[in-house]
Design a protein around this ligand. Sequence first.
Ligand SMILES: [Ca+2]
Ligand SMILES: [Ca+2]
Ligand SMILES: [Ca+2]
Length: 271
Amino acid sequence: MVEVNINPWGNGEIDEDRPIDTSDPTYVIVHGFTETGGNPGNIFRKRPTRWMSEMADNIRNLERDDANILLVDWQDARTLNYPAAAGRVDDVGVEVADYLLEEGVNPATTTLIGFSLGAHVVGEAGERLRESSGKVDLLIGLDPARSMFEEGAPLFDNKFTDPNDRLDANDADRVVALHTSRGIGYNGELADLDLYINWDDRLQPGSSGPIGNHRYAHDLYIDLLDGATFLQSNDTTLPNNIFSLDTIMNRDTIMNHEITNIDGSGLEIDT
Ligand SMILES: [Ca+2]
Ligand SMILES: [Ca+2]
Ligand SMILES: [Ca+2]
């Protein structure tokens, strides 16, 4: 049983009564394994996981009132059975896409954002929309989950490695992946733009282990939405060696970059 709740974000909180304005751009945020998007009917937790509300707030600040921001809550992620959750990615993505279709949302003005397993959920949603009303404009995969989705991953049967079963560059007009962990996150290139963040560092800033490295993806994107810029080492091809939200949004950025700061010790905010 796939239970998916999709809630509009208002100002600082879920606002279930906020109508979708199909003339505004739409942002959809999808959580990963063991997380929740928050829902009054959610039996586990009524509030979204912290990073989702922070990200929604930052998008609201950028777009003011002129955006639909939707938090997806999929309860099948709320388990310790990873293969069971991974096996639901397809169905949840279809439910998200069908919701957007029913609401009359235009894929060409839609951004899908997913973390970990949620990155594959939005990939599946993008596939469904492509097959029906058209390609999604932008898809952001935040350290897309590796296990079961990438050849060579240990532990489980890698049965979702086909691009039609996972996030890939064809799931939206522009697909950007932020890779922040080796092992938990997908290691290979799977997007139009794959950004490898501090790839040679053992730990991401503020992280004490693999899960912290994985979670750095959503925290970094929250900072980028907040206007953070990161000075890069001189051998990058980014304009002025600056990594910012523009790097992701600028369609001329087509190279796959490894993003590290000058001394290789992790991204540091340079504002
Ligand atoms: Ca599929
Ligand atoms: Ca796909
Ligand atoms: Ca593409």
